[in-house]
Design a protein. Structure first.
Length: 575
């Protein structure tokens, strides 16, 4: 007797193979039959006219905190994600040595991953110490999606070095302690090791996060520990992920993977025809590392994800050359400076310097769209572009931006329109998707909550493949969203519609599949805000054989599993 038969769907199995008409039989959470299935069954789901495919695997999320107040991890659940990786970029909420560690990491997450402090205080229980206890708390609380967590370097370093984790190199004894902690954490189920040295990652006080102070030897020691454990993986983010890699970064990245004996993924590869040299440098870096025995994989997003900007709260604009000299000032002082036209011109000129690197993409001020405004003076501006308003006022666009923001006490929300939506950028992207060192991902879901919404990339890309640019076939896109990431992380029996695999499935209507427009909602603990969107065309999502979404709406079920290294993952060796 089967638990369920999904009858008469168009099965896209995740391998890239063309759709095949057929049924899927499910028992005890697994797929037990594919094809024509006529066994007795407790439940039959009619999939006539629907695509039946594996659930999507999101390789890069930061749901480490949200999963406590929202075990459905919305909206990724609605977008058909059935397995995901957390604990990326060196940032995890465990292990903790004492309360001061939790306090430090909480505030660091607010700054570095754009989470609301109220949400982290009201919505997270902080009732663990070890990494294993953290995983147990997640499992007890329940999860709609299967989730594995890497062990973050910043938490290890903070626990061992306390305040010295910022500003100091570790002693040999401290490195040895971190290594022991990592061993315990992975033995308890951590999926591997993540670290970060990106210049964009600063803590609450504006100092580089702990992992940025680590010597290369420390990082390699921790990668070597990872290699001793089955089913583990590595992840990092470095300056080169944004600007193109320097030789020393390529060397370290290569050693991390070779000495760690594991694949290493980084994010996020941005492809822009206006800056082809950055993208070529990054692909070449992966190729060089891989020719030396490493397995390096770059994550790249298959859709354009808008990111809003603010002159008030911390955002990517603050990374423009020397801008922090103004934007680290408190509000009254900052506003006083911004009222001086010479300062505004200076900021504009700084932003145009080559040192702006990847952030130069943010300086097309004409193409900024006004989002939410707050003062009477700005009424009616929402939805208009700065270029348009500036022409009307006879001013330069950036000066107009500052003028408008000052009226709102800097709270105005700005949406830069994409500068890289041209045919050549898309041609390069479609080429990159098929490169062996590139994988689809990098949603950052669960992070940067009021700045961007990456979670919709699954169905938004499918819509683009089916009804938009059609740069690749739907079965190939599904392969990139399912089997490819499942294989990189060694997720055992996941990522395909095949006998013996877990019944992690998505049923969607190919005509309707897509995503709604992104909007700002205030539904986090403490009424803090986030950007939100829902999927369209998703008729059903199943995790471990249990239905979690019906007609776009979540069910009460929390059938997801905390994925533990070795138990739920196989070792993916480097070549
Ligand atoms: Zn990240």
């Amino acid at each position: 007797m089967l638990d369920m038969i999904i009858k008469g769907g168009s099965i896209v199995d995740g391998t890239g193979a063309a759709p095949v008409a057929g049924d899927v039989g499910i028992r005890d959470g697994r797929i037990v039959a594919v094809g024509q299935v006529d066994e007795p069954t407790a439940e039959t789901v009619d999939a006539d006219g629907l695509v039946v495919c594996p659930g999507f695997v999101d390789p890069h999320t930061h749901y480490d905190a949200q999963i406590f107040w929202d075990p459905r991890t919305t909206p990724s659940n609605l977008f058909g994600v059935t397995s995901m990786i957390g604990g990326n970029c060196g940032f995890t909420l465990a292990p903790l040595g004492d309360e001061s560690d939790g306090e430090y990491l909480k505030k660091m997450m607010v700054k570095v991953e754009g989470m609301a402090l109220e949400a982290l205080e009201l919505g997270v229980p902080w009732n663990w110490r070890s990494f294993g206890e953290y995983l147990d708390r997640v499992a007890e609380n329940g999860t709609a999606i299967n989730v594995g967590f890497l062990v973050g370097h910043c938490a290890l370093r903070r626990l061992v070095m306390k305040d010295d984790s910022v500003g100091h190199v570790a002693t040999a004894e401290q490195v040895a302690q971190m290594r022991r902690l990592l061993r315990e954490s992975i033995e308890a189920g951590g999926l591997g090791f993540s670290t970060g040295r990106s210049f964009t990652h600063n803590d609450w006080d504006g100092n580089p996060v702990p992992s940025r102070w680590a010597a290369s030897d420390e990082v390699l020691e921790l990668c070597r520990e990872t290699s001793a454990h089955p089913g583990t993986t590595l992840e990092w983010v470095a300056d080169g992920c944004l600007n193109g890699f320097e030789d020393d970064e390529v060397e370290l990245m290569t050693k991390m993977s070779v000495e760690g004996g594991r694949p290493l993924n980084w994010n996020v590869l941005t492809i822009d025809s206006a800056r082809p040299e950055a993208y070529r440098n990054q692909i070449a870096a992966c190729e060089k590392a891989n020719s030396e025995g490493a397995k390096i994989v770059a994550l790249t997003m298959p859709i354009l994800v808008g990111m809003n900007m603010s002159l008030g709260t911390f955002c990517a604009l603050h990374q423009l050359p020397e801008w922090k000299t103004i934007f680290s000032l408190d509000y009254p002082e900052r506003m006083a400076k911004l009222r001086d036209p010479e300062v505004v011109t200076w900021l504009e000129n700084q932003a145009a310097l080559p040192e702006a690197g990847v952030f130069s993409r943010l300086t097309g001020w004409d193409n900024y769209q006004v989002g939410d405004t707050y003062s009477a003076a700005n009424e009616g501006l929402k939805g208009r572009t700065l270029g348009d308003i500036a022409r009307e006022r006879g001013k330069r666009a950036f000066h107009t931006m500052v003028e408008i923001a000052l009226e709102d006490d800097l709270a105005t929300v700005w949406w830069p329109l994409p500068t890289d939506d041209d045919a050549e950028s898309w041609r390069l992207r479609a080429q990159a998707w098929e490169h062996e060192a590139v994988m689809i991902g990098g949603s950052d879901a669960g992070a940067h909550l009021d700045r961007m919404a990456g979670a919709p990339y699954t169905t938004a890309w499918l819509a683009d493949c089916l009804h938009g640019r059609q740069l690749t076939s739907m079965p190939n896109a599904i392969r990139h969203l399912t089997d490819v990431p499942a294989r990189l992380f060694g997720l055992r029996d996941r990522g395909r519609v095949a006998e013996g695999f877990f019944a992690d499935l998505v049923l969607f209507d190919a005509d309707e599949v897509g995503a709604t427009d992104v909007e700002l909602v205030f539904d986090l603990p403490g009424d803090s805000k986030r950007l939100y969107s829902e999927a369209t065309g998703i008729k059903r999502v199943m995790v471990n054989g249990v239905t979690t979404v019906v007609d776009g709406q979540p069910t009460d079920a929390l059938p997801g599993k905390v994925l533990r290294s070795g138990a739920d993952t196989d070792t993916v060796p480097v070549p």
